[in-house]
Design a protein around this ligand. Structure first.
Ligand code: ATP
Ligand code: MG
Length: 256
């Protein structure tokens, strides 16, 4: 049965998509069967996995509106080694179209039930909001991976997300929990980042992943080649960190 994780943080530009595509590629590299679901109308995870969002015949939009199954809509990215359920701007309309429908927050969960046996991991790249799209992700998931930068307001920013996760846990999805906080774009030369990193560890203990993702320009360059850094330049520090993170996650699964 697939482990289903959202990569979420309502803050924009914190590294959600970079984490989702590189973790997907890292997990594929260590032999896991992975489905990456792009739940963001920006379609960055789709493009960053070598799938052209402008040429999608079927996307996560069709899955949410129940006009296609995941088997029909997901595409295997040869270069990346994992399946992609893509998104494009059309998905922005789903928010409105779902409003009047039954089980509107459970659409992704129901669609994923059918493919549970075909994957070891399903990773869901969420948009930077706590919208109906993100809610579909949280209702479908066993847990949340929270990428965060070790900046001054990092802890404050977490409060909204933690409260939302608690509410979804209490009302909609009793399985849901925080799997862990992933420190990303880390620069050890910056004293403040070290301090915030220490604060995170003292607040959240072993909910903070051991692996730290450094700030690394190769990770930022890779999307323009339509590839995760892990595939684009496997020897880069950032890429190696994501493969380490994939291994850490696989090791943690039995303890979850
Ligand atoms: P959004 O909220 O818009 O969806 P996001 O949280 O998905 O954004 P990303 O798109 O992954 O964030 O990253 C934001 C920017 O930071 C991108 O330009 C990305 O290339 C860059 N970036 C992410 N992680 C790293 C890193 N470890 N080192 C250097 N640059 C990074
Ligand atoms: Mg993103």
């Amino acid at each position: 049965m697939a482990k289903i994780f959202c990569v979420a943080n309502q803050k924009g530009g914190v590294g959600k998509t970079t984490s989702a595509v590189n973790l997907a590629a890292g997990l594929a590299k260590v032999g896991q069967r992975v489905l990456l679901v792009d739940l963001d109308p920006q379609g960055n995870a789709t493009m960053g996995s070598g799938v052209d969002k402008r040429q999608l015949e079927l996307s996560v939009y069709d899955v949410l509106l129940e006009s296609a199954s995941i088997q029909e809509a997901a595409i295997f990215s040869e270069k990346c080694g994992y399946h992609v359920l893509g998104a494009n701007r059309e998905l922005a309309g789903a928010e409105v179209e779902l409003v009047d429908l039954e089980r509107r927050d459970q659409r992704l969960k129901l669609a994923l039930e059918v493919v549970q046996q075909e994957f070891d991991f399903v990773l869901i790249d969420c948009p930077p909001s706590l919208s109906m799209l993100t809610l579909n992700g949280l209702c479908a998931a066993h847990g949340v991976i929270v990428p965060m930068q070790c900046e001054y307001f990092a802890l404050e920013g977490l409060t909204d997300l933690v409260n939302t996760i608690k509410q979804v846990h209490a009302n909609l999805n009793p399985d849901l929990k925080i799997i862990g906080l992933l420190r990303v774009m880390f620069d050890p030369r910056i004293t403040l980042q070290q301090q915030v990193s220490e604060q995170l560890k003292s607040h959240f203990g072993d909910k903070v992943f051991n692996t730290v993702i450094p700030r690394n320009v190769r990770l930022a360059e890779a999307p323009s080649y339509g590839l995760p850094g892990v595939v684009f330049d496997p020897s880069a520090k950032g890429s190696q960190a994501f493969v380490e993170f994939a291994k850490e996650l696989v090791q943690r699964i039995p303890t979850l």
